[in-house]
Write a protein that binds this ligand. Structure first.
Ligand code: SD4
Length: 306
C-alpha cells in the first residue's frame, strides 16, 4: 500500500512544501503530520507571501488564517492571528487541545502564546513594507470595494507570484488515510478583521476519508458563498472524478458570479480515496504541485473555464 502515498498542494510554492510532507509520507508516516510539516515550510519561507512575510491589511498588520483536518473529521482552525509564525500548528493545537474548532484574533494569540509559540516582532517584511507604502499612496484608508480587481498585479488575484499568499495541501498516507491543511496571510490590503475562506472548514478545506479531500485558493469570498471544498467533496461522493468535481464546482462559481466571473480567480484541488488527483480553475494560470513515489516534483497545469 505504501506506493499509494501522495501529496498535492497549490501553486508553484507547493513543490518545496511537498518535500516537507514527503519526508513523512515516504516513511509511512501519517497524512496529518505530513500536511502540517509541508505547509510549515512555506510559512517559514522568506520568498513567499504565505505567513508573516505576507502583505498586511489596510492598517498595516499581517493577519493569518489557517486550518487543518484529519481522516476522522477532527479539525482545527485559527483566523486573524497576528505575530505567530506557524498558524497551521496553532490550528492543530486547537484541534488537539481544546473543545473548540476555531479561535480568532486576540484569544487565538493568547492560546498560542500559552502553548509556547513565540510571539514574533510586529514588523513587516521588506517586500511587504514596500508594497504597503505603494498601496497607501493611491488607496489611503478609503474602503475600496474590489481592491483585488484593481488591475494592480501585486494585489490582484489573477497575476504574478505576489498573489500566491495561500498554500493548501492534501495528502494520502500509506494506510490510505487523508488529511488536509490550508494557510494564508489572506488577500493583501484586506479590511482589518476580514477573514477569507482558507480557515473555514468546508470552504477552504474539507476532508471526508470515505470519499476524498478538497481545498481552495483564490478569491475567498466567492469560495465561501458556495462552500467550495465541501461542494467538491460532495460532487466526488456523487461519483465525479476529482478533476470533474473541481470543474463542476468552478462552473457553479461562474454561474453565481455571472459577468463578474472574469474579474476573479478561484481554484480547487482534490484527491479521492483511490489516490486520483485533479484541479480546476476559473482563469488561466493556476498549477498544483504533485508528489508521489513515482515522481516527487511535478507541477501540473490546471484546466480552466474562461
Ligand atoms: C483568501 N483564498 O484569503 C485566500 C487567498 C488566496 O492565493 O487563496 N490567495 O481569500
Amino acid at each position: 500500500v505504501r506506493g499509494k502515498a501522495l501529496v498535492l498542494s497549490t501553486w508553484d510554492e507547493g513543490l518545496t512544501a511537498n518535500q516537507g510532507a514527503w519526508e513523512i509520507l515516504q516513511k509511512g508516516g501519517p497524512a496529518l503530520d505530513a500536511v502540517e510539516a509541508g505547509v510549515r515550510v512555506t510559512e517559514a519561507s522568506q520568498n513567499c507571501c504565505v505567513g508573516l512575510g505576507g502583505n498586511p491589511d489596510r492598517e498595516g498588520h499581517v493577519t493569518l488564517d489557517a486550518c487543518i483536518m484529519d481522516h476522522q473529521f477532527n479539525c482545527g482552525s485559527v483566523a486573524a492571528l497576528e505575530r505567530i509564525k506557524h498558524p497551521i500548528s496553532v490550528a492543530r493545537r486547537i484541534m488537539e487541545k481544546t473543545p473548540h474548532v476555531m479561535l480568532v484574533g486576540e484569544g487565538a494569540q493568547q492560546f498560542a502564546v500559552a502553548q509556547g509559540f513565540p510571539l514574533e516582532p510586529d514588523r513587516l517584511s521588506p517586500d511587504a513594507e514596500k508594497a504597503y507604502r505603494e498601496w497607501l499612496k493611491t488607496s489611503a484608508y478609503k474602503p475600496i470595494i474590489n481592491i483585488e480587481n484593481s488591475g494592480n498585479k501585486k494585489v490582484g488575484p489573477v497575476g504574478g507570484p505576489q498573489n500566491h499568499d495561500t498554500i493548501a495541501m492534501l495528502a494520502l498516507d500509506a494506510l490510505g488515510n487523508l488529511s488536509g491543511s490550508c494557510t494564508t496571510s489572506g488577500m493583501g490590503f484586506k479590511m482589518r478583521g476580514r477573514v477569507g475562506d482558507s480557515p473555514l472548514i468546508g470552504s477552504g478545506l474539507y476532508v471526508d476519508n470515505g470519499v476524498g479531500a478538497a481545498a481552495a485558493t483564490g478569491q475567498g469570498e466567492d469560495v465561501i458563498r458556495m462552500a467550495g471544498a465541501h461542494t467538491v467533496v460532495e460532487l466526488m461522493r456523487q461519483g465525479l472524478a476529482p478533476e470533474a468535481a473541481c470543474r463542476a464546482a468552478i462552473e457553479r462559481v461562474a454561474r453565481i458570479k455571472g459577468a463578474q466571473a472574469k474579474d476573479i480567480q478561484v481554484c480547487f484541488i482534490a484527491v479521492d480515496v483511490q489516490g486520483r488527483t485533479g484541479a480546476f480553475a476559473l482563469q488561466k494560470g493556476f498549477s498544483y504541485a504533485l508528489c508521489n513515489a513515482q515522481n516527487q516534483r511535478q507541477l501540473v497545469k490546471s484546466g480552466y473555464l474562461l
